[in-house]
Design a protein around this ligand. Structure first.
Ligand code: ZN
Length: 113
């Protein structure tokens, strides 16, 4: 067995379920982290270690992407086909608008101040 991740209990559970769907069997083990708090070590067999690391990293990267770039949605039609347009010089001179979000599905414009 090799440990490939140490996480809080909730994250460990989510990651273990994700990996199980990919055919990787995780063996969680409750440990104390460096702060004396309860953490969960996820272990996998040596044969599945590389694959488990790879999937865990991919999943981590995907969730970070989501956090930093939340999908913009049009408030009118809920479409995510929204373009952020910064080049609105004409508007800037008469208003305090710095940019707009334009929905390509319904044409709704949301000003960003
Ligand atoms: Zn729309």
């Amino acid at each position: 067995m090799q440990t490939f991740a140490v996480l809080d209990a909730e994250s460990a559970k989510v990651l273990a379920e994700f990996l199980e769907r990919e055919g990787i069997v995780c063996h969680p083990r409750t440990v104390e982290d460096e702060h004396g708090l309860e953490a969960v070590e996820l272990q996998v067999s040596e044969a599945q270690f590389d694959r488990a690391c790879e999937l865990a990293e991919q999943r981590q990267a995907a969730s970070e992407e989501e956090d930093t770039h939340p999908k913009r949605r049009c408030p009118a039609c809920k479409s995510t086909n929204v373009e952020f347009i910064e080049d609105v010089k004409d508007l800037k001179t008469i208003t305090r608008i710095t940019a707009v979000n334009l929905c390509h599905d319904c044409g709704h414009v949301v000003a960003v101040k």
